[in-house]
Design a protein around this ligand. Structure first.
Ligand SMILES: NC(=O)c1ccc[n+]([C@@H]2O[C@H](COP(=O)([O-])OP(=O)(O)OC[C@H]3O[C@@H](n4cnc5c(N)ncnc54)[C@H](O)[C@@H]3O)[C@@H](O)[C@H]2O)c1
Length: 434
């Protein structure tokens, strides 16, 4: 089967590369010529464990292609995935410009039966509108499917081959059979599949992300309360997670959720729900509490730095929105560092993978360091902002020699409070009792 994936960003690349590994002949298309040129030279524009090897394997098998030629790719494929960006405005309105551009292109290009699969996360009802718009532009037969993506950045390849579930929303038997065929390798592994209508599939994607964002926000608020009453959020989360009805995942207190999905999707979901006259008060409260969480972290940093940030050297460990990715989209680090800079702090930062993105965001406003110890040198306070494994094993003796003031704000709770204390540091986690 020949498949085209339109949009070769995080989702499109993982999808296209994964599908080619299933044995399908896949063309990943993008309008970004530089990106396609790099991909054709084997340079992967995102950091994701395991991606390089799979790309090499499938390029050499000639099953994987990268192109800017949409017409050629679409005409030669029976299935077309749409995986372009769907950014949201601050008020939650989703900017579908990229989607409508592709929709119009497809309406003009398709010349025989195609299955068009929407992978981009879109407001409920959008897939139906895409169908109508293409229908207006062509008499050619086609079907439309909504197939949400649930990959976790940092685990994208693993999640592609071992998803918790695959959701397929469509009204047509013919396209359902095509989708089952595409995913046959994981269908055979007894991956759970949910076959449903399009609106339900669209709802599932937003509801899943909003629930996870809400769970993170819940434990963050519990952590803040723990600090006031002398309780320890680790023990609270562990005991909560032992309850089978709650489960242990997404109960790690921290500086607030970020990334390319949770902030955008919670905003878009609540905006869309308000438009339908059925507001989601819990999702709205989650968004507000998450914004506040980042500001609480700034309060904590200021307090630990002695009450004022003016002229203070703050070492930052971690810039990506989570470990194992270089993605800084909506990373809490951006809000927090900007506040520190506004209050006159000097920021030195290190992240194992996100340095290039950090340079684009902060320019020369922060000092980018070659490793964690370089960032800690002469620091009045060291702040851990991303839970990279290498920060769990910091050499505290070395830090003591390097830092001006021995204080660590561990905003991901990756260190053992007593161990850090015993080494002579002032330590604060998020909701940890010492
Ligand atoms: N990143 C994630 O973890 C994740 C997870 C699940 C769902 N999603 C959703 O998947 C969608 C894509 O997300 P992403 O993170 O991959 O976005 P991205 O911004 O990384 O990639 C989008 C790509 O589409 C390309 N593009 C834009 N217009 C195009 C056009 N007309 N023709 C061809 N290419 C075009 C862009 O150049 C870009 O490379 C979004 O709707 C997002 O919400 C993302």
């Amino acid at each position: 089967m020949n498949i085209t994936v339109i949009g070769s960003g995080y989702v499109g690349l993982t999808l296209g590369i994964g599908l080619s590994d299933f044995g399908w002949n896949v063309t990943c298309v993008d309008i970004d010529e530089e990106r396609i040129k790099k991909l054709n030279n084997g340079i992967i524009p995102i950091f994701e464990e395991g991606l390089n090897e799979i790309v090499k394997r499938n390029l050499s098998e000639r099953r994987l292609h990268f192109s800017t030629n949409l017409k050629e790719a679409v005409r030669g494929s029976s299935v077309i995935f749409i995986a372009v960006g769907t950014p949201s405005r601050d008020d939650g309105f989703t900017d579908l410009t990229q989607v409508w551009k592709v929709t119009d292109d497809l309406g003009k290009l398709i010349d025989e039966y195609k299955v068009i699969v929407v992978k981009s996360t879109v407001p409920i009802g959008t897939t139906g509108k895409i169908y109508n718009r293409i229908r207006e532009l062509t008499n050619t037969d086609f079907d439309i499917v909504f197939n949400p993506e649930f990959l976790r950045e940092g685990n994208a390849i693993h999640d592609f081959f071992h998803p918790d579930r695959v959701v397929i929303g469509t009204e047509s038997e013919k396209s359902l059979d095509v989708m089952k065929e595409i995913y046959r390798p994981i269908y055979l592994l007894q991956t759970p599949f949910v076959f449903t209508n399009i609106e339900t599939a669209e709802m599932i994607k937003y509801a899943a992300n909003s629930f996870l964002a809400m769970k993170i926000t819940f434990i963050n608020e519990i952590a803040n309360l723990c600090e006031k009453v002398g309780a320890d959020v680790h023990d609270v989360a562990r005991a909560l997670g032992m309850d089978g009805r709650i489960g242990p995942k997404f109960l790690h207190a921290g500086p607030g959720y970020g990334g390319s999905c949770f902030p955008k999707d919670t905003n878009a979901f609540s905006y869309s729900a308000r438009e339908f006259g059925s507001p989601l008060s819990l999702v709205e409260a989650t968004i507000k509490a998450n914004d506040k969480q980042k500001l609480f972290m700034v309060d904590k940093i200021r307090r630990m730095a002695g009450g004022s940030l003016k002229g203070k050297n703050i070492g930052i460990l971690g810039l990506a929105f989570k470990q194992n990715t270089d993605d800084m989209r909506d990373s809490p680090a951006i809000t927090i560092i900007n506040k520190l800079l506004n209050e006159g702090a000097v920021v030195k930062a290190y992240d194992p993978e996100a340095m290039k993105n950090a340079r684009k965001i902060f320019g020369e406003r922060i000092i980018l360091c070659k490793n964690e110890y370089d960032a800690a040198k002469d620091a009045d306070l060291l702040v851990i902002l991303t839970e990279w494994n290498q920060f769990r094993a910091l050499d505290l003796d070395k830090l003591r020699l390097l830092m001006k003031t021995h204080a660590i704000a561990d905003l991901r709770n990756v260190l053992e409070p007593m161990v850090v204390k015993e080494k002579g540091f002032t330590y604060e986690g998020v909701g940890r009792k010492i």
